[in-house]
Write a protein that binds this ligand. Sequence first.
Ligand code: ATP
Ligand code: MG
Length: 689
Amino acid sequence: MEGALTARDKVGVQDFVLLDAYTSESAFLDNLRKRFSENLIYTYIGTLLVSVNPYQELGIYTLSQMELYQGVNFFELPPHVYAIADNAYRMMCSELNNHFILISGESGAGKTEASKKILQYFAVTCPMTESLQVARDRLLFSNPVLEAFGNAKTLRNDNSSRFGKYMDIQFDFKGIPVGGHIISYLIEKSRVVYQNQGERNFHIFYQLLEGGEEELLAYLGLERDPQLYKYLSQGRCAKESSVNDKNDWKTVSNAFSVIDFTEDDLENLFGIIASVLHLGNICFEENQQGCASVPDTHEIKWIAKLLGVDPWVLLEALTHRKIEAKTEEVICPLTLDLSAYARDAMAKAVYGRTFTWLVNKINSSLVNKDFTGKTVIGLLDIYGFEVFDKNGFEQFCINYCNEKLQQLLIERTLKAEQAEYEMEGIEWEPIQYFNNKIICDLVEERHKGIISILDEECVRPGPATDLSFLERLEEKVGKHAHFETRKLAGPKGRKKIGWMEFRLFHYAGEVTYCTRGESSVVVTSLCLQVLCSSKNRILKECFLVAELENRRRAPTVGTQFKNSLSSLLEILISKEPSYIRCIKPNERKEPSKFDDFLIRHQVKYLGLMEHLRVRRAGFAYRRKYEHFLQRYKSLCPDTWPHWHGPPEEGVERLIKYIGYKPEEYKLGRTKIFIRFPRTLFATEDAFEF
Ligand code: ATP
Ligand code: MG
């Protein structure tokens, strides 16, 4: 009927591969928009799931929905995060191999929510025995604890994960979840001491103050009001209506008991958290010699008590530094600025390492020694590509991580595609795509990569300045299609050094990094000595005395991150992939608002068009003969209601009857490959009406 809307016109197609004008970004966006306006937030590109954050509860995560997706063939139900989870699970169970689900997207796009939904799906739908319920609960309850310590309110997201997370869920041969393991990446330590306007520190600080019992706060020497703490009040939104700290404290306290933290663990842990707050409130004053002194030692005494360190040694460490000359060590006083810097570096190191301790502790509660030969599904909830007005070292690492993951996706997709055609005996022509290896090399190559150059600068005698770093970059990298440096006029009083920037042309767009202030922020050696002497049981594990001797040889943060990324990729390469790409629909956290400009940008940098092209390069669609027949058998009298011969012959009979032309399809060993979406479309439409 002319003018009548088909279902496809109204709600779009549930797989982008079925779009006619598949190479056009506008068609892609139109489809996404149509679906979003109908609250259909999920769409496939083949087996990749695109998810648009609805910013509202949609009622699509109920128990009955979970049951619906259990064990059902991937394409038979509307796209859903449960379908991705179920598909990985079924494949793992039937093929006894390991899987991972990579969830990416920018801040606020819904990565963490998606990973929680997947975990819940497994917790509810997987078989379970009574004795293994504890393991399942610990997996579930590790989340609120990690979120309390690793998430914070930012301008982009009220519950933003400020660390990358990879979590293995381990299953036994019956498919029962029996344990897990978590790896965390690069917690944003700078947030401990500074927050932008409208942002907060990590949730746990506020939760403790709002929800902590009177006796606990008295023991820690804390007041309830977060405004009293410098580290909590710089963003001017310590009290945030969208976050319920008091309730969250209860959830976290309960989670602590489920994952087996003892009273002693908690006493030590909160001793550290409180010490960070006390540290932040230490004020320095300039004495007559122009050096820093601490007029009020109230906070110092609390820290000394909570961390089990000598208050006078702590005081000296915060206001002095050790200079190692050839034959002797000299202790010199610090200026006001440098003392504040030493204090903040100490707070960051203490928090950062305590977070790592926390992850290790959770891991020891998730480990299940009784089960060997387990298979796993890994969930990777990792920060998306970031571009701010000012981009520092943390953005540099995050964006480098995205380059690596993009490379993995391209390689794995092409490889998987090629392998499939080969296995099925189908000829195809590979397509061109941008290989971002060149950018990864620029960052990570030995000797001439940016991280190497940064490392060299850190070990060079004399102060490493940002200028010398940039000069070395210019010299070593030289002319490169994806790199340039830029010198800006220095602000007043800093004319000598000037403001230096370098720019990388990432696969997802160009980013200018400002190198000021972010080069290796380290704890001064006197502060490190104090921390190594601590009697706090957790700090004792975090700061080993051996470190004092090996300081010079410790890898820099950049190298550490590079190494941890390379092990992550090793973990991922050995597993079967599934991908979820999350999209944020608008900047205001509003439901139903589809911001074209913002979304177009994400479609670009998430590499969705590229993925679609790869997916479509050979054959748009492929289906096992059995599944194809099952779905469309009603279209042909020979196959309806039952076909008793081999499925391949049934499919041949069926497509002959509905008129597929030879150029439209190929028959592989186990699957039918359909070249154009319109072919499948026509079949779908005939089937629907
Ligand atoms: P970040 O990188 O900052 O950690 P993220 O991608 O992990 O961001 P989430 O914390 O998962 O983002 O989502 C942000 C908010 O969006 C959630 O707190 C929730 O309010 C909303 N949201 C995300 N996904 C969904 C969903 N599927 N249904 C309803 N609301 C959602
Ligand atoms: Mg998150």
